[in-house]
Design a protein around this ligand. Structure first.
Ligand code: B3K
Ligand code: ZN
Length: 887
């Protein structure tokens, strides 16, 4: 907790560590109330660092020091200094052994960082800086050590004791205790350390690697969850095979373990050989998990597995380089999902996520580059920018090189940097060397925050058969970066003729004939002119195919252009983008003026999409899904919360009315013959069916209402049950109350389903939701100590329910700040994350602005805020002077 203003850490101040720790030998005597940690550390001076004053400073927080020995000699109080967050030893030799013993209290650890208790088990979370809450250490990612871990605990309460690496021995001890020793042969930074103690059941399987080694795969869960691990295990095996084939990466240890815990701040953690997971991303059966949950599990399991190479074998030099591992690993998991599912649908999901979450971050007070240059609390920088924009930077480089060269570049990266802690620059250098390209300008993407705009104009010269595109790029200023430089980006272009056929993109100076289809051009200048030859008629441009760069493209498409692209474009992203643009245009007009006419040809285009037998149902569902209310809000100078919501309903009800027969047909046709199957095809059909139902439900009518109720009552998979429940609840009143009650009774023993019960209510647009959420906070099943619960109730209201959260009376803001103030002393990471939706208060009308500011100020005035909450709240109110200097 901070009392004085916390100081920012700056990239420019990076220095190599003065000491390295070659070996770490840890012994834990585990107990929920008091755990003792004994550490034996082998230090040596780092030859690559400049010599300091001969002292050593270790990180350590909330540790009770009970023993401190250097080279076997207990240090006297005069020889060291213990501070709140550090242990300073005044004089140390060049090589020495340090021995410490500390006490910690897992049951009091509500921040879920370090060693903590989750239900009956003990577990750890060390990234980014949690290891310092376990023992005194050089808690930084560029100190790589070999770890040996001895765990001692009561045999009955903690029969399973796990740590990183290979099992060395298991021994029974007197007094009902036992001891288990683990050894990890791979040097690693301490943020990858993990241990687990608990009474867990295990699902076992095997994987034979490409070189013929057999790897034991184990998923540990609480005994009653044993039958819900099958999907996670399949996903793990798929990911292991895929990484061998696509990136040539083989697994290295003999054992790969995953443990599911129910109290976890994020999705999962890639600790070496011992991944710890939020149980939401492990446990699934068709009756309890939605399709989205199944897909989430597959991609998070893959993501953590891929970290074994991108993160663990090669790690980050410092936390400013976080995107080195996160951006690359997200790219890898996106590619995996694209290849095991549908590439188009995956790319649309990537683009939607970026537009809904990363673009607003880039336009708000917390905007930061993919490689930030300063932070107050690193936990605030596990962001869509570092993760998802970071993945886009990797993707753009892959696009510039093409698949073969890119594979050679990643091979070189893995070979050169294995076992090292490196920077994003080291990654780009491998790409440059292999391709012979100069990526100096491209590197700006890592350092420059903000989403670039591409403003495009086109004209066609019918006599000279010339088509000209003029592209101007610019990036709005962000905090600390008033002036932006032009970026280097791939611009994938296709041109469609009036029959919807692809034209060749033939440019002046081409020596070879161009085939019809996509051509990847490169933009570098502020203004670029592209002159395409040989076009008799004016084509319709299909731009940024595959979302080739994370930018905002502005071009005066006509409705007819967009309908043409929606109908004919072969590029799934551009087809979807055309549908989004049509909807966005209509929705924004309806927001301003509810009497706006909805053109028949637009409705007809959606009808055609619904009827198209050649299109994947999942893609049709995407075409019929409107841009979110929060995305539309971002397009307005002053957000009109209620107008946008009304427009959404109006367009849904218009389509529901005018496409009634086709929607009914799609609903009936996609009633799944295999309702518990989770193949991409079955998932796509359920998505389309439930989107059709939602549009139909936007029109009042007994027939469809009964359909929805029947679906709720008879569905045997959670996707259909939940889709129907949401609609019934949104409908309001008793229509939703009885199903909610039934749902609760049916699932009261399954916490992950009860999370859904909370979130359906909190994300409902029905009146009085804020009050209802306040009421639910007093429900016996609600607890601020479980992050999944907090996200499912408070997160759902504040992050996924614009119209109710931004209620004009300010009640949503008040609820949020009340929760943040209560949660901050318990779990600062989650508290800081919750604040996100009010950080962009400047974008709202004067009344809401004042209310949001008041709540932010109320939070900030509190005496003992965490650094996490202090950083976001103060940056939102612009009270951090350092920010301006940090460009
Ligand atoms: N590396 C972890 C995230 C740790 C977050 C710490 N606040 C999970 C992941 O990205 O795979
Ligand atoms: Zn990750």
């Amino acid at each position: 907790m901070y009392r004085d203003r916390p100081h920012p850490v700056r990239l420019a101040d990076y220095r190599p560590p003065e000491f390295l720790i070659e070996r770490v030998d840890l012994t834990f005597e585990l107990d929920e109330q008091v755990t003792t940690v004994h550490a034996l550390l082998e230090f040596s001076r780092n030859p690559a660092a400049t010599r300091g004053d001969g002292s050593l400073t270790l990180d350590g927080e909330q540790l009770e020091l009970i023993e401190l020995k250097l080279a076997g000699q207990t240090l006297t109080p005069a020889e060291y200094q213990l501070e709140a967050e550090a242990l300073r030893i005044h004089r140390v030799p060049d090589r020495f052994q340090l021995e410490t013993q500390v006490r910690i209290h897992p049951n009091r650890n509500t921040a879920l960082e370090g060693l903590y208790q989750s239900g009956p088990m003990l577990c750890t979370q060390c990234e980014a800086e949690g290891f310092r809450k376990i023992t005194f250490f050089l808690d930084r990612p560029d100190v790589l050590s070999r770890f040996r871990t001895t765990l001692i605990a009561d045999q009955d309460r903690f029969p399973v004791l796990l740590a990183n690496g290979n099992l060395v021995s298991e021994t029974r001890l007197p007094a009902g205790r036992h001891q288990v020793i683990w050894d990890d042969p791979f040097p690693k930074p301490c943020y990858l350390f993990a241990l687990i103690g608990g009474d867990l059941s295990v699902v076992e399987d095997q994987f034979r690697t490409c070189s013929g080694r057999d790897i034991g795969l184990r998923i540990f869960v609480e005994p009653h969850n044993l039958d819900r691990c099958g999907h996670a295990m399949q996903a793990l095996k798929k990911a292991m095979r895929w990484d061998e084939e696509r990136f040539g990466r083989e697994y290295d240890l003999d054992l790969y373990m995953i443990v599911a815990v129910s109290h976890f701040n994020m999705g999962a953690m890639e600790n070496k050989g011992l991944n710890v997971f939020n149980d939401k991303f492990v446990l699934a059966s068709p009756d309890t998990a939605t399709d989205e949950d199944f897909q989430g599990i597959e991609s998070v399991i893959a993501h953590e597995y891929f970290h074994n190479w991108t993160g663990n074998r090669i790690t980050c030099r410092d936390w400013f380089q976080l995107s080195l591992k996160e951006g690359f690993t997200v790219y890898r998991d996106q590619e995996f999902s694209a290849e095991v599912g549908s590439r188009d649908v995956q790319r649309i999901a990537d683009a939607r996520f970026l537009r809904n979450h990363q673009f607003p971050e880039d336009a708000g007070p917390m905007a930061h580059p993919v490689r930030p240059d300063s932070y107050i609390e690193i936990n605030n920088f596990y962001t869509p920018t570092v993760y998802n924009k970071g993945a886009e930077l990797v993707r753009m480089q892959a696009c510039l090189l093409g698949p073969e060269l890119f594979r050679r570049a990643t091979d070189r990266y893995f070979e050169r940097h294995d076992g090292q802690a490196v920077t994003t620059d080291d990654f780009v250098r491998c790409i440059e060397e292999v391709s012979g390209r100069d990526l100096a300008q491209f590197r700006r993407w890592y350092a420059q925050a903000g989403t670039p705009y591409l403003d495009i104009e086109a004209d066609h010269d019918a006599t000279r058969h010339l088509y000209r595109l003029r592209i101007r790029q610019w990036t709005p200023p962000t905090p600390g970066q008033p002036v932006k430089e032009p970026l280097h980006l791939p611009f994938a272009l296709g041109l469609l003729d009036d029959q919807g056929r692809e034209c060749p993109v033939r440019l002046e100076g081409d020596v070879q004939d161009q085939p019809a289809g996509t051509r990847v051009l490169e933009l570098r200048e502020l203004e670029t002119e592209i002159c395409v030859l040989g076009l008799r008629t004016r084509p319709v441009p299909s731009m940024l195919r595959g979302f080739s760069a994370p930018v905002k493209l502005r071009y005066a498409f006509t409705n007819a252009d967009l309908i043409h692209l929606m109908r004919y474009d072969r590029d799934g992203f551009c087809r979807w983008d055309a549908a989004q643009r049509l909807q966005e245009r209509l929705l924004l007009r309806l927001t301003q003026d509810p009497t706006t006419l909805i053109p028949d040809d637009v409705v007809a285009a959606f009808r055609d999409a619904l009827r198209d037998p050649a299109t994947d149902p999942a893609l049709i569902a995407e075409l019929l899904t409107f841009p979110s209310e929060s995305y539309l809000a971002d397009q307005l100078d002053v957000v009109d919360v209620d107008g946008i919501h009304r427009a959404h309903r109006q367009l849904a009800s218009h389509l529901g009315t005018h496409l009634n027969d086709d929607l009914m047909a799609a609903y009936a046709h996609n009633q799944d013959p295999a309702p518990t199957e989770v193949t991409p095809r079955a998932i796509g059909r359920r998505r389309l069916k439930n989107r059709a139902l939602a549009l139909l439900m936007a029109v009042d009518g007994a027939k469809v209402f009964n359909l929805c109720q029947t679906q709720f009552e008879t569905a045997d998979n959670m996707t259909d049950t939940l889709a129907a429940l949401r609609l019934l609840v949104d409908h309001g009143g008793a229509a939703g109350d009885a199903p909610l009650q039934r749902f609760y009774e049916r699932w009261s023993q399954v916490p992950l389903v009860i999370d859904k019960w909370f979130s359906v209510q909190a994300s409902s647009c029905r009146e009085g939701t804020v009050e209802r959420v306040r009421g639910l906070m007093a429900h016996p099943d609600f607890s601020l100590r479980n992050p999944n619960r907090v996200r499912s109730l408070i997160g759902a209201l504040c992050h996924a329910n614009s119209v109710q959260f931004h209620a004009a009376d300010g009640s949503g803001y008040r609820l949020l700040s009340d929760v943040v103030l209560e949660l901050d002393p318990l779990n600062p990471q989650i508290a800081a994350r919750l604040l996100k939706p009010i950080l962009s208060w400047r974008r709202y009308d004067a009344g809401r602005q004042a209310q949001m500011r008041r709540e932010l100020a109320r939070v900030l005035e509190t005496g003992e805020l965490s650094a996490d909450v202090y950083e976001v709240a103060s940056k939102a109110l612009d009270t951090v002077p350092e920010q301006a200097e940090s460009s």
